[in-house]
Design a protein around this ligand. Sequence first.
Ligand SMILES: Cc1cc2nc3c(=O)[nH]c(=O)nc-3n(C[C@H](O)[C@H](O)[C@H](O)COP(=O)(O)OP(=O)(O)OC[C@H]3O[C@@H](n4cnc5c(N)ncnc54)[C@H](O)[C@@H]3O)c2cc1C
Length: 483
Amino acid sequence: MALKYSVVNVRRNVSFSDPRTTNGFYLKLHISSINKSFLIEHVILGDNMLNSIWTNNVTLPSFPALQGNAKTDVLIIGAGLAGLLTAYCLEQSGVDYLLIEADTICRGISRNTTAKITSQHGLIYHKLVRSFDADYARMYWQAHESALAQLRQLCDSIPCDFEAKDSYIYSIDQPQQLEQEAAALSRANIPFDHVQTPTLPFATAGAIKFSHQAQFHPLKFAAKIAENLNIREHTTAREIGKNCVLTNHGRISAKHIIVTTHFPILNKHGSYFLKMYQDRSYVLALEHAPDLDGMYLDAAQGGLSLRNYGSFLLLGGGSHHTGKPSDGWKSLESAAQIYYPNAKKRFCWAAQDCMTLDRAAYIGQYSKNTPHLYVATGFNKWGMTSSMLAAMILCDMIQGKENPYSPIFSPSRTILRPRLLSNGLEAVKNLLAFSTPRCPHLGCALKWNPHEHSWDCPCHGSRFTKDGTLLDNPATRNLRGKP
Ligand SMILES: Cc1cc2nc3c(=O)[nH]c(=O)nc-3n(C[C@H](O)[C@H](O)[C@H](O)COP(=O)(O)OP(=O)(O)OC[C@H]3O[C@@H](n4cnc5c(N)ncnc54)[C@H](O)[C@@H]3O)c2cc1C
């Protein structure tokens, strides 16, 4: 029997019920034979596109939604790694707590990380010595080393592909930057080596190496940590008041409230909209690429990040201010083709993190005027140790204990940093721009992201699907009407 077909409709990047899985094709075919004709509608999901490698074959535990009003000593809002680890520390200390999550656990950035666990956060130490002093830089390092030690200990009993690895920050052509960093590390008495990079497939001017760092599978880790915690999923914090939070399922009264929603959702206090912007980057997981025996990051903004996971090589990069033009995965794909021509692309995804004014996270009291409200945010793409550190600091604060590192990360420290001016100018520029749609967070003009088919806010990084569904905070609702 002869069949004829004609394509009625093909759409790329259709939205499915989960707005974060936006990749795939919608295909509508008209098929006809002599006496019959019918339409076929089919949805073809992309080849793991826009799903990180960590979501492959991992089942996270699930939890009920809140049923009516509740009361607790400590309410934590947001179950990414920061919220989960804070809940875990409180559980271990015997403190009464409740952790609520708008979606399911680790539905935010934590599933899209590259999960290097290190106290080497770029060539940061010479900047810390310059902006503060050598003692401050050493304290910053010690804080993250203590978080790394804590994670190492937890991972002893959690099967999460934890591996000890050395961390390297390399430079392609700026040896003086490496020398500057080496001098600052020596002044701050922080151990390091200035080395060559023989396993990288391109020439470099060398690297600064931190030994005894680590990498893991963040979702295998989170699944185990979450197992016996007091969590309510599908429970969204809509309003945060004094000692109480209004959710979609009821009101929760709490003596202390901790906001771990990635970008904090409360604008009234703390001026986080001035203190932070979001920076987006892209990742490819390549199969059949060589083992590099280390975790690597280019010192230059937008350069490559490399680490292995099993038989995969995770190649990250292309970072840019969210909402600004970018070439998406293109430069990574070219790099993969040049350096690893025999490797096959198996996963690709993108994510963003909150960047602070002075490169240190904001962990502690939400603002000077909110004594029982706390926050952990601004991890500057170093959220593995920062989440652990946040949990350790916040757990101590809640119990009235001193933590030696809390002053460094206090959200109330000075905001008088050069970055404040550029954050402010960016916001003003986009507030005054005439174009639509506008972000429901503070009203900035959204920009179309052609690589991910989303509307992105250049001020604070909220993102929306083509149809206006919220993807990333700080906005807390969908766009009104179709964009
Ligand atoms: C591309 C990329 C690579 C990275 N690689 C590394 C790395 O190698 N090493 C490293 O240390 N760090 C890395 N990071 C940084 C790290 O992944 C993040 O800092 C960290 O995952 C953030 O965790 P979080 O818990 O703060 O946020 P999230 O994981 O986003 O969790 C926030 C949670 O809050 C929930 N939520 C939001 N609003 C509400 C509400 N109103 N009510 C209830 N719940 C709510 C969300 O659904 C979400 O589950 C990387 C970041 C990026 C972007």
